[in-house]
Design a protein around this ligand. Sequence first.
Ligand code: ATP
Ligand code: MG
Length: 241
Amino acid sequence: MASMKVAVAAGKGGVGKTTVACGIASVLAAQGNPVLLVDLDPQSNAAWGLGADPTQPGTAELLLGDNPVPIQIAENLWVLPGGPGLKGHEVMRLDPEALADAIAAFDHAAVIFDCPPGWDHLERFGLVAAEVVLIVVDAHPFAIQGAARVVETLSARRQKKRQGAQRWALVMSRVDLRRALDKDLESALAAMFPDIDRLLIRQDVALSLATTERVPVVKAAPQNCRGIVDLQEVVGWLQNG
Ligand SMILES: Nc1ncnc2c1ncn2[C@@H]1O[C@H](COP(=O)(O)OP(=O)(O)OP(=O)(O)O)[C@@H](O)[C@H]1O
Ligand SMILES: [Mg+2]
């Protein structure tokens, strides 16, 4: 059984979820931890961005009881692609615990779930299968509203003692402190969510280039670039609380 299960979610599209999911998977793998990235997105961006064939059997087949073979990307790094099968009625009818049950067979040191935008039942699979959630948020009010919805879902599940993540943090994404909205993000989140830790991923072209070039970021970018330094901080939070 995996020892670290992390969902990356937002309740909002385009805020940097896949960049964070692929980035922390790459950092953990480079540290020597076997990592499985489970792509929960019908767009299959994570699989594509890591260099895998996104049309191969993956998360949908796993949820429906098959045994898809994770695709190896690099040393210690595997991915199960998402894809349009995740939008099918059969997947939609599954219990929220279906993914938690299905991934129990994998013994990677870390399993990362990249949640999709706009498919609440797919996002829920990730929130229920994870022990920890990284809630990705940028400075736009719509993103803050999305993060609030995820926090509400997680808090309600924890209060009812339902299966699922017990711990979460906000990841401020694509932050550029030269922008007025970005400057205010930290204080806005501190006021809204005073008890939730805040982590930072700054805007860094090296992070977007890695997915464009379809290479794990640790292999693609200088080790001292902002993106990798910030991803390492996030991984440190995951490992040490
Ligand atoms: N820290 C960053 N620095 C620079 N560019 C970034 C950063 N994070 C994300 N991006 C860019 O922003 C865009 C959206 O990122 P990404 O695909 O990771 O978001 P997402 O939340 O997964 O989107 P979706 O909701 O469609 O799944 C991409 O072009 C990506 O390269
Ligand atoms: Mg994505």
